[in-house]
Write a protein that binds this ligand. Structure first.
Ligand code: ZN
Length: 305
């Protein structure tokens, strides 16, 4: 029985594979996302129907990315482009223009209630929207809006796939609901007076607003500007005064500053948080869901001990 099934499968594969492979290359709807987190989210909505390419890959820092001529070519091949907006990928508008692509650019943060970037490190730009903190994906509730914007953007560009995108989106929304509950439970288990940590750059403002862990960072909402000596001194004083238990590294930031702060204050290094980029497949945060779970586990381990 088993052998017959195997033979049958083999025959089907022999007939079907070459044609299917060809179809795949030709018919797949081509989608581009600006950075790894967005790429993973779009893949979940697009499913098998589209091929998703990402400009800034794993562990890459989109704040300071320098696009290549290959990126312009990638955009010309796309049917729709997904960006975070809010000045996160400051280079995207120029790249879209230079590439000559006809693909629409969907700003996936549209409709999200924005948090203003605080204080010292605002960009010099004149545009009011660039005063907003771009790291909206650090709140799972916001990611539900990203998913809805992706579903709508894909459907507009590829109406025939509408039902597929709607069903993929709702399946993923259920996973986000479960994740949100996990994060709330994990934060709830940390004693309130210990819910305060230091990270390199100010990427967790939405996380704090949603779940209540206070992140203090010497660098502003972009990794473009360096922390000033005054900001570092202010943070060292704050750690000592408030007895902040742990400091954290980030995959997209230079670790030397945090190591220095740990040395000078005696705060322990609690591990690495993933703020602006996923890891490669072999790392601890290859998807958005993995990233959020890794971050909350790392935070809990450092703050509960
Ligand atoms: Zn950032």
């Amino acid at each position: 029985m088993h052998r017959r099934l195997a033979l049958w499968l083999f025959a089907i594969l022999c007939i079907a594979t070459p044609a299917a492979a060809q179809d795949k290359g030709h018919n797949k709807f081509s989608v581009v996302a600006t950075f790894s987190i967005l790429g993973d989210l779009v893949k979940n909505v697009a499913g098998e129907r589209a091929s998703v390419r990402t400009l800034v890959g794993p562990d890459g820092d989109a704040h300071v990315y320098a696009p290549s001529p290959g990126d312009a070519k990638t955009l010309t091949e796309a049917k729709v482009i997904f960006a975070n907006g809010l000045g996160f990928e400051g280079w995207i508008t120029r790249l879209v223009k230079a590439s000559g692509t006809k693909a629409p650019v969907v700003i996936t943060t549209r409709g999200i209630k924005l948090r203003r970037a605080d204080g010292a490190h605002k960009h010099g730009d004149k545009h009011a929207h660039e005063d907003a903190d771009p790291h909206a994906w650090q709140s799972i509730a916001n990611v539900k809006t990203y998913i809805a914007n992706m579903r709508d953007g894909l459907t507009q560009a590829d109406p025939e796939g509408g039902a597929v995108y709607a069903s993929n989106a709702s399946a993923y929304l259920a996973k986000l609901d479960a994740l949100e509950q996990e994060v709330r439970d994990a934060v709830g288990a940390i004693p309130a007076e210990r819910r305060r940590i230091i990270t390199t750059h100010d990427a967790f403002g939405y996380f704090n607003a949603a779940y209540g862990i206070d992140f203090v960072a010497p660098q502003g909402v972009s990794t473009e500007s360096e922390a000033s000596a005054r900001d570092v001194a202010r943070i060292i004083t704050q750690i000592k005064r408030q007895k902040i238990p742990a400091v954290f590294l980030e995959n997209v930031s230079d670790s030397r500053l945090i190591k220095r702060i740990a040395d000078e204050t005696g705060a322990k290094i609690g591990g690495t948080l993933y703020s602006d980029a996923l890891t490669a497949e072999s790392g601890p945060a290859p998807t958005y869901l993995d990233m959020m779970r890794h971050n909350i586990r790392t935070l809990s381990a450092a703050l509960m001990s």
